[in-house]
Design a protein around this ligand. Structure first.
Ligand SMILES: NC(=O)c1ccc[n+]([C@@H]2O[C@H](COP(=O)([O-])OP(=O)(O)OC[C@H]3O[C@@H](n4cnc5c(N)ncnc54)[C@H](O)[C@@H]3O)[C@@H](O)[C@H]2O)c1
Length: 468
């Protein structure tokens, strides 16, 4: 096998390159923490993963195209709320650096890709970030390296996009991807490629990340074993599966399961309200069943980069097989309708008090997509604000995580967060996201009317509250 490192690289690389030639050598490099880990995409997934590997003694290099993020990390600053600057400083002390220079990919033993996988405006997968990343690393990828895609995507992506691009680029340099020998072989003579879905749950302080089992599917058994050795040194459990497509589908099943069950309980909520039954009491009672039921709670809709997005990756791919994913589409319709349902409850509640929507002063509490996260992506609160404004309401918001919200791909707020001591000035306060810092007793005491879409005021009995 020819040495695949381009000659020009010798000027930019800072550490010597060791080409791993066998699984035994790979395991040894992992065990001794000699394996260098490169993480591409330093966002909500990639940065915590970086810190996790670093805390376990690996020398980690972070890659991103966003120079602001790279500069901030190299200055020891954090841009994610639950990550303290101390965590960045600790990683830097262990050799962590961030860079926009993909030439350093050649120095890495493992490269983990955590870039965005959103939907286009037409609800089709947008794999442009994955494609751009693989094109950027392809000139520097070499035999003996492990490349793992972690971004959520449809089954087939690793093979159809990652491997294809690496093969095309590698053909010119005599660098091949190892593909599907039936059993793991000791010798490593190509690039190892795998998919391992990210199961990060932002805001979840209960399950430490290392205790979330890591599913791994390699293009061949050697890649699976190498990836399991790496992740197994960090995570308490790895779950090897037979192929990248299986691992890709596993992640989608998990998120589709959530989307469908949330839609079900949201539909049940609407019927319960008509029937005068408290859906939250129903769910809590059903949850006492020791088998066959998992509790999902209703809310104002779904948000974040995952649940509203990922299922439609499968819907799109299914069309290639002439298959219609009816559950996914129905769940999407029900969940997307929920913010509009909440706005309707605001209109009805104001109407009861003889207040017109046009000109009504409405304060939306919480614009993040869920409690205690600093993430606005696909947040139902943004849809609510847009709907309320379109009906003529004078809308403000409060969110401790967002002192100001400008504009994004799907919203244009350009507003500052309203202090909570002004709650009494509003005709209606809508609880869209129940951040734990909100003191609901005080908010209800100060407010004229509260529309609560999260059951955050469950402990308060007040005629001012409308739960929906
Ligand atoms: N956020 C979550 O809770 C979560 C949970 C599980 C899985 N995921 C999946 O993980 C992936 C990443 O999600 P995220 O929330 O971390 O996204 P993010 O937007 O927070 O971070 C992605 C990062 O990738 C960088 N990036 C974009 N293009 C790049 C390129 N060509 N090269 C290098 N860097 C590039 C961006 O600048 C950004 O810093 C997605 O596929 C998502 O579905 C996310």
């Amino acid at each position: 096998m020819a040495d695949a490192v381009p000659a020009t690289l010798t000027e930019t690389i800072s550490t010597p390159i060791t080409t791993v030639r066998s699984l035994t050598e790979w395991r040894e490099r992992v065990a001794q923490r000699e394996a260098k880990v490169g993480i591409i995409g330093l966002g909500y997934v990639g940065l915590p993963l970086t810190l996790l590997f670093s805390s376990e003694g690996f020398r980690v290099t972070g890659f991103d195209v966003d120079t602001t993020k790279v500069d901030r990390l190299n200055r020891g600053e954090s841009y994610i709320w639950r990550i303290e600057p101390d965590h960045i400083a600790a990683a830097k002390a262990k050799g962590f650096t961030a860079t926009t220079d993909f030439a350093h990919i050649a120095e890495m033993d493992a490269v983990l890709i955590c870039v965005p996988t959103p939907l286009t405006d037409h609800h089709a997968p947008d794999l442009s970030y994955v494609e751009a990343t693989v094109h950027a690393i392809a000139p520097y990828v070499r035999a003996g390296q492990l490349i793992v895609l972690e971004s959520t995507t449809y089954p087939g992506t690793t093979e159809e996009i990652v491997v294809r691009i690496l093969m095309e680029a590698g053909a010119k340099r005599d660098v091949q991807v190892q593909i599907a020998p039936p059993e793991a072989k000791e010798q490593i003579d190509g690039v190892l490629v795998a998919f391992s879905p990210e199961r990060e749950d932002p805001g979840n302080m209960i399950t430490p990340r290392r205790e979330i089992p890591k599913v791994v599917g390699g293009m061949d058994a050697t890649a699976t074993e190498a990836a399991c050795a790496l992740y197994g040194s960090i995570f308490t459990r790895t779950v090897p599966v037979s192929s990248p497509a299986t691992a890709e589908m596993t992640k989608l099943l998990e998120n589709i399961y959530r989307s469908v069950n949330i839609a079900l309980v949201n539909e049940m909520k609407q019927l319960c309200m008509k029937m005068g039954v408290d859906i939250w009491e129903v769910v809590d009672a059903a949850a006492t069943k020791p088998f066959g039921f998992q509790a999902f709670y209703p809310g104002p809709g779904i948000g974040g980069h995952c649940i509203p997005v990922d299922p439609f990756y499968l819907t799109w791919k299914a069309k290639e097989y002439g298959f219609t994913t009816r559950f996914i589409q129905l769940a999407g319709e029900v969940n997307e309708e929920m913010p509009i349902f909440v706005v309707r409850q605001v209109a009805l509640a104001l109407n009861d008090r003889s207040i017109a929507m046009k000109g009504a002063k409405v304060l939306v509490l919480g614009v993040a997509y869920k409690a205690d996260v600093d993430d606005l992506r696909e947040s139902p609160a943004l849809v609510m604000i847009e709907q309320l404004q379109s009906l003529g309401c004078d809308v403000s918001y409060n969110d401790p995580f967002f002192p100001f919200v400008g504009h994004g791909r799907k919203y244009a707020l350009n507003m500052h967060s309203t202090p909570l001591d002004r709650v009494g000035e509003f005709d209606c306060v809508v609880i869209a996201t129940d951040h734990s810092s909100y003191e609901m007793d005080q908010i209800v005491a100060d407010a004229k009317l509260v529309v609560d879409s999260r059951n955050a005021t469950r402990h308060i009995a007040s005629p001012k509250i409308v739960r929906c």
